[in-house]
Ligand binder design. Sequence first.
Ligand SMILES: Cc1cc2nc3c(=O)[nH]c(=O)nc-3n(C[C@H](O)[C@H](O)[C@H](O)COP(=O)(O)OP(=O)(O)OC[C@H]3O[C@@H](n4cnc5c(N)ncnc54)[C@H](O)[C@@H]3O)c2cc1C
Ligand SMILES: NC(=O)c1ccc[n+]([C@@H]2O[C@H](COP(=O)([O-])OP(=O)(O)OC[C@H]3O[C@@H](n4cnc5c(N)ncnc54)[C@H](OP(=O)(O)O)[C@@H]3O)[C@@H](O)[C@H]2O)c1
Length: 497
Amino acid sequence: MDESPDETRAPVPGLPEPVPSRGSSGEDTLELVLDFDESGLPVPVAAPDASSRPADDGQDAPAGGEDAPDRDVVALRGEDAPDSEGAARRGEGAPSRGEDSRRREDAPRRRRRDRASHRAPDAPIEVDVVVIGAGQAGLSSAHHLRANGFTAVGERGWEGADRTFVVLDDSPAPGGAWQHRWPGLTMADAHGVHELPGMPFLVADPAEPAARAVPYYFAQYEDAFDLHVQRPVRVSRVSDEAGLLRVESHSVDRPDDGVVFRARGLVNASGTWSKPFWPVYPGQAAFRGRQLHTHDYRTPQELADGHVVVVGGGTSAVQLLLALAPVTTTTWVTRRPPQWRDEAFTPEVGRAAVALVEERTRAGLPPQSIVSVTGLPLTPAYRAGIEEGVLQARPMFSRITATGVEWSAPAAADGWVDGPASVEAATILWCTGFRAALDHLAPLRLRGSGGGIAMDGTAVVADPRIQLVGYGPSASTIGANRAGREAARNLVAVLAR
Ligand SMILES: Cc1cc2nc3c(=O)[nH]c(=O)nc-3n(C[C@H](O)[C@H](O)[C@H](O)COP(=O)(O)OP(=O)(O)OC[C@H]3O[C@@H](n4cnc5c(N)ncnc54)[C@H](O)[C@@H]3O)c2cc1C
Ligand SMILES: NC(=O)c1ccc[n+]([C@@H]2O[C@H](COP(=O)([O-])OP(=O)(O)OC[C@H]3O[C@@H](n4cnc5c(N)ncnc54)[C@H](OP(=O)(O)O)[C@@H]3O)[C@@H](O)[C@H]2O)c1
């Protein structure tokens, strides 16, 4: 791996030193930008540079469609590189990003940022847009901000750039929540991970764990588009400060070293993974066995020492029940009979599900469980699980005891099965979903009387400086892509006011 200093990067005062993100595997990599010649063969050229991309990537898909780049960045592992790799290495022959930024600068803002670069150690860093989170939603947003002419903080010369953004991410490495998924969740098991705008996601081996394949792709993406993600940096608090957004952050490794950003707009893309939802049931504290949430599940073998009660009617519950079946016995409990769906999850079905969630968030209501709008598709594996009895659910238990769970009434609805009045268990596995990780936004008081945040697309109705992506209707990889584009456009309009 090339360890020479990266001249496109500039340290940001107070934040961790930038680490080149060459893929989670640590293997040497390179990126190629491919144009295609008339015969359809790929022609390697220099990798993307802010100056070579249009001010607004007009190649964005038409409404309802997807990003359809006419130029693709392809991430290759070292050994796959063609002979022309040297010429195609990122940055070679391309104008320096610093020079490019300065070409676009505007004098008053440059003076403001020049002052900022000579700021006192504790003074806020001025930036136009802060993006919180570098999962699918944050990376898509950063891509579209770049496409709209924004320069990344940390890129050489950023202090003089006309418009700037910074991406802050508290995970240890690229990959968003995907890096934390259980090892048995392979690319074949995933529902489909949509590629980020402008770079195909080539899955060579469907048996590869998603926790490896997706982070590898994200790492390539961050490098290819020079997104300069600052990590591991956690945003602890966002508040209003005289019309600007005060974003308080700190290095995860050095919690006492805070860095404050002052921004004109915010893209919140912090996902849900860090906020697993644990319901409370009578007797829960007395249970002497193990309790864990989807968030903490790793392998079936870890739970093979006894019976497992799995709570929840979503995909997590169903997939973990099937994973556990070869190593132990299970009881499945749900608070509504499982919502099996016998039709394919077509784009129309997907749009209908998104519309349902959108209706709620527009009305200021919190999003409900994902499965309540998607249902559970009756795949061959799920059909087999139902036939074998693994995917036959009982209603919620009435209470938890020291050694298991108890029911005081029989199953009272179609779709549930009956069973003994009590079950002994070594483990209760709570597959009860996630909530949006928005605690850091609490000082902005965005929640309304409906308990949720009233949204107009990605914009918070009460404060359009704040864009929520990967939230509600955009809580999927395809939705996050589209939301990133919308958020960037909205913020361009907000900043122009
Ligand atoms: C088990 C599981 C499997 C799934 N499979 C699929 C699938 O196959 N297809 C699909 O479309 N969707 C799937 N989803 C939904 C999926 O999570 C989303 O579609 C998408 O990946 C979420 O992207 P995101 O960018 O919104 O969030 P994340 O990927 O969670 O990224 C959020 C990022 O923000 C960071 N962050 C959080 N809080 C802070 C903070 N305060 N400061 C700084 N950084 C912060 C996190 O570290 C993280 O890197 C799945 C969800 C789960 C739980
Ligand atoms: N292979 C894959 O690609 C894969 C694997 C796992 C998960 N996922 C994805 O991950 C996301 C989250 O899925 P998920 O299954 O974790 O969550 P989910 O779809 O939100 O489902 C949560 C479940 O918990 C139930 N629940 C909530 N509160 C409860 C309570 N107090 N008592 C009992 N049950 C309660 C919900 O019931 P109600 O519906 O009644 O609220 C629902 O059945 C989804 O996007 C899903 O598709 C994908």
